[in-house]
Design a protein around this ligand. Structure first.
Ligand code: NAP
Length: 197
């Protein structure tokens, strides 16, 4: 009798901060691809960004945001590995922890549009199916990559963006209901992005 392999989503992102669009996206992809679990993986040091909130703040906000969902977990693999975060290393670490699982790497379409330039891309293709989450009105032409498994899913709630949440917070506008309540309180407590209203 054939064994059923677990299907695990790997939700990679900077999460500065995590918002409800990310959570809805993970839930929608889990439903569309019949995933058993989604592991949120906050990036350590994103290769293309200089100023992001500290890894511990981004990790703790992600833990707070996902705590209530029994199918969501958070991994520290990208935070605990020294140096710049590359998805090839993320997927090697997650598949070592879940050797029997099929992995689905979930991220934003802007990030996945650049995927052909990612480190060791041929190895990356062998490790996961890729799901690009698009915002309403944004189309994505999938890169031409023979042998790669890639899908696109439009998620209306992704109209929220981390950039917009930071800008609203920095200019004294409310961010309630754009991010989970506990994350609003965490931002206020630690004075991130000018402190939350
Ligand atoms: P980013 O450039 O900050 O984000 C690009 C776009 O995708 C933004 O609109 C962002 O919206 C959205 N996004 C990011 N993560 C998402 C997610 N999990 N679900 C839905 N939308 C998401 O990208 P990033 O966050 O730094 O990187 C995304 C992932 O790709 C990370 O795991 C990163 O390590 C990986 N990556 C790898 C390489 C490489 O291996 N060379 C290069 C680039 C990225 P928000 O701002 O609202 O999140």
């Amino acid at each position: 009798m054939a064994t059923i392999r677990p299907r695990i989503g790997v939700m990679g992102g900077t999460f500065d901060p995590i918002h409800n669009g990310h959570l809805v996206a993970a839930s929608e992809v889990a439903n569309a691809f019949q995933l058993d679990e989604v592991i949120f993986v906050p990036t350590g040091l994103p290769w293309h960004k200089k100023t992001v909130s500290s890894a511990e703040h981004r990790y703790l906000m992600t833990v707070i945001a996902t705590a209530a969902n029994p199918n969501f977990t958070v991994s520290r693999v990208d935070l605990d590995r020294p140096g710049i975060t590359y998805t090839v290393d993320t997927l090697i670490d997650i598949s070592a922890a879940h050797p029997d699982a099929d992995l689905f790497f979930i991220s934003g379409s802007d990030a996945i549009a650049q995927i052909l330039a990612w480190k060791q891309i041929d190895k990356v293709w062998s490790l996961a199916h890729f799901v690009a989450v698009t915002r309403p009105g944004h189309t994505l032409e999938l890169p031409d990559a023979p042998g790669a498994q890639m899908s696109v899913l439009e998620v209306p709630a992704m109209a929220i963006s981390s950039t917009a949440v930071r800008e609203r917070s920095n200019t004294g506008k409310p961010i309630w209901y754009l991010v989970p309540d506990g994350v609003v309180q965490y931002i206020g407590k630690h004075g991130l992005y000018g402190g939350a209203k």
